[in-house]
Design a protein around this ligand. Structure first.
Ligand code: PGA
Length: 268
């Protein structure tokens, strides 16, 4: 059996300011110690303008050399998005190379908020993932169905389409740099979590899709996201195909995020 090191990613979204971030970094840094990070990889994704602040707080730990993208000690930072182009006249965009320059190890792509609010298509998501990988970053590709899609019974279809758009890319990428986050849209920020069984079902489907595309599916980490809290984390992470979480709201509360990281470490 392949062992996949659990991975917890904090998606700060468009929240925070310099002072709030500083409090969060100051609380996370000592709590995420070497013994915890031996059992769980942790990454935080602040908004672009604060990546320099993340570098100042975590740069020595997230530093170079580890092909596993975990940074020196399993603690890294990443970006919430990346451009679908490598460089050029794309006002307002941020390239994968720029993120790598700032010490980022990861880029989120295809978050449902970007798909829904900014019209990102599967093709855009795939292009972003490809550019990020070319720049040496790891990617966390977000997929998931809306409430309406779940209620009309097309969850499997939607997820197959979203995963299908990046499956060939997964097949030619080192598993350490390719992560899929299943985030049912109806569970994001709503306090309504998918049951461990519901999440496990979709995770198993995603792993099977990756496998049939020729990707190293048993080594690829699959994260669950959508109202993960300290109270439900252990049960979710205890499922066979759930390798950690993508955490929104609870990532802004140091004690909650640390508790979720500990739950993931305990599921290893
Ligand atoms: P949530 O967000 O944990 O606040 O539901 C998860 C996400 O959108 O990544």
């Amino acid at each position: 059996m392949t062992t996949r090191k659990p991975f917890v990613v904090g998606n700060w979204k468009m929240n925070g300011d310099i002072a709030a971030n500083e409090r969060l970094f100051a609380a996370l840094r000592p709590a995420l110690d070497a013994s915890l990070l031996a059992r769980v990889d942790v990454s935080v994704c602040p908004p672009f303008p604060y990546l320099g602040q993340a570098a100042a707080w975590l740069g020595d730990l997230a530093g170079s050399g580890d092909a596993g993208q975990g940074g020196k000690r399993g603690l890294s930072y990443g970006a919430q998005d990346v451009a679908a182009w490598a460089a050029g006249a794309y006002t307002g965009e941020v390239s994968g190379a720029m993120l790598a320059d700032l010490g980022c190890r990861w880029a989120l792509v295809g978050h449902s908020e970007r798909r829904a609010l900014l019209g990102e298509t599967d093709a855009t998501v795939a292009a972003k993932a490809e550019r990020a990988l070319e720049a040496g970053l790891g990617v966390i590709v977000c997929v998931g169905e809306s409430l309406q899609e779940r209620e009309s019974g097309v969850t499997a279809e939607v997820v197959a389409r979203q995963v299908g758009a990046v499956a060939a890319l997964a097949a030619r990428t080192d598993a350490a740099r390719f992560v899929v986050a299943y985030e049912p849209v109806w569970a994001i920020g709503t306090g309504r979590t998918a049951s461990p069984e519901q999440a496990q079902d979709v995770h198993a489907q995603i792993r099977a899709l990756l496998r049939s595309a020729g990707a190293p599916a048993d080594a690829i980490r699959l994260l669950y996201g959508g109202s993960v809290k300290p109270a439900n984390a252990s049960q979710l992470f205890g499922q066979a195909d759930i390798d950690g979480g993508l955490i929104g709201g609870a990532a802004l509360v140091a004690d909650d995020f640390i508790a979720i990281c500990r739950a993931a470490a305990g599921s290893a």
